[in-house]
Design a protein around this ligand. Sequence first.
Ligand code: F6P
Length: 326
Amino acid sequence: MTSTKDFTLGVLTSGGDAPGMNAAIRAVVRTAMSNNARVLGIANGYEGLVNGEFRELGPRDVGGILQRGGTVLQTRRSQRFREPKGQREAIRRMNEAGMDGLIVIGGDGSLRGAHALATQGIKVIGIPASIDNDIWGSDIAIGVDTALNTIMEAVDKLRDTASSHGRAFLIETMGRNSGYLAVMAGIVCGAEIVLMPEVPSTVEEVAQSVEDAYRRGKTHAIIIVAEGANIHTTELARFIDEMDVGFDTRVTILGHIQRGGRPTAFDRLLAARMGTKAVDLLLADQTDVMVGLKGMGIVEISLEEVTTHERPAALIYYEMAKMLAR
Ligand code: F6P
């Protein structure tokens, strides 16, 4: 093992930002400092790695960021880093800066990048952070809990107006190809219907379910539509209107509001646990692994496994949401 006194680690955030990324950066920097290691913050994700946008970070540089959403290191979706040429340039930049290891905080694409670097001899540890919760190997990623709370607050408000007017509200949530946020929102917000990519439906079936809810005496219908669902939200609203099922419809696309905001206590704690563990692993000469949460414990999973598996759909929760919507 390298003496931690001589160890320089880089840290970057990549892909879509997620609330709690700052808390993870802070944990990485301060854990490294406590072990006498040096930290270089890399701006703009892999794009900054390719460009050599490095700056030294000390404990004071990460003061006052724990409670802030977004990422002080900034993030990008880098096209250049996907090419072997970009990766070679990134490695050259790291060597030039005397970087002994790297911590990557990001989603599935970012972790694939981390694995690519590890297979080329760079010591890399991944930390899962993405509101989509579509990463294999961790029960939950940093940012998911905050996003879900943001959705819950928005839907609670929309329900007030939906029931006052006797309307059906179609509320679109993020998640890319994953229905995790939508289905969990369905449960915690008591939605009448959830549409997720993993369970395709037809507009006719959905309109029928909305009509059934009306006939059962509901004063409103909340329909959570995952952005990756097979039915387009506004087209579905138009169809339900045409079918005259009892409720008028309105559409709300929650959009990027779900990515911002103060991280919840859960996300701050998760970020602290994952950030400290990632540094411990790197200083113990580990590489090519991601830290994850399994049950109540922090574990490590190989990046090979993480990047070659699809996280299964939350189907048990889909059934639960349906049953509780009666
Ligand atoms: O991966 C996070 C996420 O917010 C997805 O839910 C969404 O599909 C995508 O990023 C949006 O990307 P962008 O911020 O580049 O528009």
